[in-house]
Design a protein around this ligand. Structure first.
Ligand code: KIV
Ligand code: ZN
Length: 511
């Protein structure tokens, strides 16, 4: 029997710390529900002290998720810890994750504390967290650059104080695999009470080594990995969940542990996170990139046709890639629609949501004859789904683009039920459309990112547009999909505006 490797997903916390990747409360809940379905063991939902919005998001995730443990992050301060405790009150299973830096540079320059003071504060924090729950994780921040003897000292004390998981972060992604693996082994061997806690790792990808370091740690005794969908995270990101999980599963001949994960949810989760954050997945990304299972060369194609295992070490369908066959069309009914969604692992809890999605499906089928699985995924991850208080709605859009002429757009929006019209010119049809929207709403925001991706192949494909707006330090991503990319762009812009208008004071989650 191999050991269990605990999967701790921090997409909603460290992932959200990627500049531009902020998520609304509803988006966090949608992602958390999919992580739960994937059987992720622990979901780190946010940093409740960072803002009222982050507090509410953690609270909403804690209330929505039943099968995974929900975790909130706190500095080693009473007020942070109590705030996490409060946010997690509704959780079936709650964990408080508290951290304090232990590297000489962080202690001296950032905290301006002596090593003794750090130990004292770490112990105090763990004891405080124990007043809320027995499930306590402690992280010595920047452990990857901390002195081994000091790490052993702090960790022994926090385990005595009640920490049940000890997470070793390579905060700045400085370590290399052999060294990091050795660090984990040394800690487990030297700390007298190490058997009273699970050892975890949290690796950043500054040198492109986050997954390799995590795997080396697992080979040396770590039994929890902290990771994110698509490797999202601070700077160069965190270790990617899909790569770690599939490496361990594919190489059971060398790992003496495995996760409990339902890997078929990996691709849907990757898409959902990419759609919500507006961070595209590079085509050659392992596991979830569009080309991850594509065979271009004749020799490879020939080999795979003769025996799949000649060039494939995993099956695409095992990580959630669909065969992408034509599934539905304009004459398909509601039952066929629901059945295919269920086969793709998408279930609506509320009948009204299914009805909305079915209506969008019918609209799409009018424009596009063949509806593929990817179209259905785009349809249900359409960001306008689930936006509460949709103040602004697109009623009509007409654009004119002609060689030698200045493009222009005429738009009709409904603002809280009242119709307003505007006309603008622009450098192109999308520019004219955004200017027309702004001339009605005047958001005062700045466009930071505009990107379009095709959902399927062919010129009748839906275009999936992401728009990132920034206003007074707040970053909001909007998405829209349509076979007409100018309409998709208008939908994405309006989606971002609606999110901006929603009552939510969330600033960037980093303190
Ligand atoms: O990278 C890091 O050190 C962290 C800690 C809070 C675990 O994210
Ligand atoms: Zn981190």
């Amino acid at each position: 029997m191999s050991d269990k490797l605990i999967v701790f997903d921090t997409t909603l916390r460290d992932g959200e710390q990627s500049p531009g990747a902020s998520m609304t409360k509803d988006e966090k809940v949608r992602i958390a529900k999919l992580l739960e379905k994937m059987r992720v063991d622990v979901i780190e939902a946010g940093f409740p002290i960072a803002s009222q919005g982050d507090f509410e998001a953690v609270q909403a995730v804690a209330n929505a998720v039943k099968d995974s443990t929900v975790c909130g992050l706190s500095r080693a301060l009473d007020k942070d810890i109590d705030r996490v405790g409060e946010a997690l009150k509704g959780a079936n299973s709650a964990r408080i994750h508290t951290f304090i830096a232990t590297s000489p540079i962080h202690m001296e320059m950032k905290l301006r504390m002596s090593p003794d003071q750090v130990v004292e504060q770490a112990v105090r924090a763990v004891k405080r967290a124990r007043q809320h729950t027995d499930n306590i994780e402690f992280s010595p921040e920047d452990a990857g650059r901390s002195e081994l003897g000091f790490l052993c000292r702090v960790i022994e004390k926090v385990i005595d104080a009640g920490a049940t998981t000890i997470n070793i972060p390579d905060t700045v992604g400085y370590n290399v695999p052999n060294q990091f693996g050795r660090l984990i082994r040394n800690l487990i061997e030297r700390i007298p009470n190490s058997d009273k806690a699970i050892f975890s790792v949290h690796c950043h990808n500054d040198l492109g080594l986050a997954v390799a370091n995590s795997l080396s740690a697992v080979m040396n005794g770590a039994r929890q990995v902290e990771c994110t969908i698509n490797g999202l995270g601070e700077r160069a990101g965190n270790a990617s969940l899909e790569e770690i999980v599939m490496a361990v599963r594919t190489r059971q001949d060398i790992f003496d542990c495995d996760t409990n994960l339902d890997a078929t949810q990996i691709v849907p989760a990757s898409r959902l996170v990419s759609g919500i954050t507006g961070f595209p997945v590079q085509p050659n990304k392992a596991i979830v990139g569009a080309n991850a299972f594509a065979h271009e060369s004749g020799i490879h194609q020939d080999g795979v046709l003769k025996n799949r295992e000649t060039y494939e070490i995993m099956r695409a369908e095992d990580v959630g890639w669909s065969t992408n066959r034509m599934v539905l069309g304009k004459h398909s009914g509601r039952n066929a629609f629901r059945t295919r969604l269920n086969e793709l692992g998408i279930n609506f809890e509320v009948e009204e949501e299914l009805n909305d999605a079915f209506k969008r499906f019918k609209d799409l089928a009018d424009k596009k004859h063949e509806i593929y699985d990817d179209d259905l995924q785009a349809l249900v991850t359409d960001a306008s789904v689930g936006v509460e208080n949709e103040h602004v709605k697109l009623i009509a859009l007409k654009v004119c683009s002609e060689t030698g002429e200045i493009p222009d757009a005429s738009i009709t929006l409904s603002i809280d039920g009242e119709e307003k019209q505007a006309h603008s010119e622009g450098g192109g049809p999308v520019d004219a459309t955004f200017k027309a929207i702004e001339s009605i709403i005047d958001t005062g925001s700045e466009l930071q990112l505009y990107s379009v991706n095709n959902v399927t192949n062919g010129t009748d494909s839906q275009g999936e547009v992401t728009v990132r707006l920034e206003k007074a330090g707040r970053i909001i991503n909007g998405q829209g999909a349509d076979t007409d990319i100018v309409i998709a762009s208008a939908k994405a812009y309006i989606n971002a505006v609606n999110k901006m208008m929603a009552v939510d004071d969330r600033a960037h989650p980093q303190l």
